[in-house]
Design a protein around this ligand. Sequence first.
Ligand SMILES: Cc1cc2nc3c(=O)[nH]c(=O)nc-3n(C[C@H](O)[C@H](O)[C@H](O)COP(=O)(O)OP(=O)(O)OC[C@H]3O[C@@H](n4cnc5c(N)ncnc54)[C@H](O)[C@@H]3O)c2cc1C
Length: 468
Amino acid sequence: MPSKIDMLAAKLPQAVVCRDPDAIASRLGEWRGRFVGATSLLLRPRGVAEVSQILSHCHALTIGVVPQGGNTGLCGGAVPASDGSEVLLSLEKMDEIRRVHAEQFTLAADAGCVLADLQEAARRQNRLVGISLAAEGSCQLGGNLSTNAGGVNVIRYGTTRDQVLGIEVVLADGRVLDLMRALRKDNTGYDLKQLFIGAEGTLGIITAAVLRLHALPAELFTVCLEVDSPAAAVALLAEVQSLGGVAVQSLELMPQVGVDLVVEHIPNCRQPFAGEGPWVVLTELELADVAHRESIAQKLLAVPGVRDGVVAGNAQQATELRKLRESFSAAQKREGASLKHDLSVPIGAIPRLIAEGGRRVVALCPGARVVAFGHIGDGNIHFNVSEPTADGERLVQAAPAIAEALYELVVQLEGSFSAEHGIGQLKVDLLARYRSAVELDLMRSLKRSFDPKGILNPGKVLARERLP
Ligand SMILES: Cc1cc2nc3c(=O)[nH]c(=O)nc-3n(C[C@H](O)[C@H](O)[C@H](O)COP(=O)(O)OP(=O)(O)OC[C@H]3O[C@@H](n4cnc5c(N)ncnc54)[C@H](O)[C@@H]3O)c2cc1C
């Protein structure tokens, strides 16, 4: 008796079907190795018609479908169940950039396009894609939309959600929803496309999108400042945002302890200051008039709590400063065990989050090193914790209590326990716990309405429901 998955494979064009265990194995783990799934069938459609065909068969056979882009997500969202009952749907063959329309500042592309390729295509026409993150060399447009990716430029351009003008989606039963309109104004009923953005593949399979583009910024003015405290960094943010003729491209907060780890573990990284922090802010600014560089630097240095500053004199120095920030996760990984919490709070609450959160962590695991850094303009702090220099095992034991203490604090501060990375399978319990009954009720109603058989990325975002 053939299994349901064998029956599905037999119904599809052979060019779409991959049953090679080696090719499949490389796609079954999550980036950090926290989740590993199983499946005997990988599907690689070449266009929306084949995605539609796959979904209609999966719907008829009631087979769970797990969409996968670049598999750089950090919550296990693109990993299938470990019992082998689901199929993996990779969009990698759908990688056509349909059009870069420089005049109207739009780009239309298939969901399998790698983000860096889209950025390059836009750049060739003097345009910019407003999404940028460290995984851009491998993450894909469909994954970016499905996770509503953030990144370092959110302060300037917003999240992925803000970049999307149009979208094409295949629904659970195989119907194609074509919303590839490149309109900036379109008040015609519910904005359906927004439902699929950030839905992590649980409401439909995104096959293409139209993005808005931006003008390429002029050469950026990169400034690194040594500050007393997170409160001084928040004051600096307010100052820089109120300066005329200045657009803030990024503004990142880094603790000295994190800079020390980067300098220790990552080649060619140096301390930006002779002093000892304790905090460093790195900002990139687009100036309406470069002649104002000196006066703007002086204004930033005059903000209370700012101790010192360096200005990148050329592109090479700017890259070196950026590398400090971009290397935080890699340096922590080399140092040993670390815990990661992707938190957001109202910007004014950042100092309290860091101070009170730090106290709670150290009380639960004496000697643990708090490496809280991130995009302060978005209120988004990656509240990471590195193991104590002695007896690292203790951190792993304390991990659940630390997470609990931080999430409780975030709730008190009216923040979010998942600012950027979504829910996937990692945070399903947290969503059920921290979102209100009304929110959860509406989310479940939406899921049932879009996917009555529960075949789309089962068990991600919301707990699995019994299939009919
Ligand atoms: C080094 C590194 C740095 C990162 N930095 C950031 C950052 O700054 N900001 C940030 O927000 N994230 C960041 N991330 C997380 C990750 O890169 C983003 O979430 C990214 O948008 C995921 O894209 P992907 O193509 O890899 O998606 P995947 O990991 O393949 O999938 C993510 C989710 O989307 C679903 N999905 C994928 N494609 C589709 C589709 N076509 N239709 C429907 N559902 C789909 C999957 O099922 C899964 O639930 C980082 C990750 C790494 C490894």
